[in-house]
Design a protein around this ligand. Structure first.
Ligand code: AMP
Ligand code: ZN
Length: 113
């Protein structure tokens, strides 16, 4: 997707504070952090939102979760705890339509549900 900023970040065409990358997944710091740790984890593949995943993406989504735990562990959050959030479409609060998960931690997070 040529007009997608997260595709551009994944391709290295737009600046970001990258914290992890492999052949399937990229993770970078959120530009407006709401917690001491606020990292966005995205697939390189352009998937607009969570409802667009298919059976074919099951391995990719599983891998993304493993990467999230790996990053959390490296940042010392595995024992303290953290939150992995996907905002899906309008009422879920999604603003950027390239699938992404927010990894939040480093402070006590309030329950939202
Ligand atoms: P969402 O509301 O789930 O779509 O979240 C989009 C997130 O992307 C927000 O937390 C923004 O602060 C973040 N964001 C937007 N542009 C950038 C960027 N260029 N680099 C890093 N994070 C960004
Ligand atoms: Zn994209």
């Amino acid at each position: 997707m040529s007009d997608c900023i997260f595709c551009k970040i994944a391709a290295g065409e737009m600046a970001s504070e990258m914290v992890y990358q492999d052949e399937r997944v990229v993770a970078f710091k959120d530009i407006r952090p709401v917690a001491p740790v606020h990292i966005l984890i995205i697939p390189r593949k352009h998937i607009p939102d969570l409802t667009a995943i298919t059976e074919e993406d099951a391995g990719l989504i599983g891998h993304l979760h493993l990467v999230a735990v790996k990053i959390a562990r490296e940042l010392g959050l595995a024992d303290r705890g953290f939150r992995l959030v996907n905002n899906c479409k309008q009422e879920g609060g999604q603003v950027i339509y390239h699938l992404h998960y927010h990894l939040l931690g480093g402070r006590q997070l309030k329950n939202i549900c």
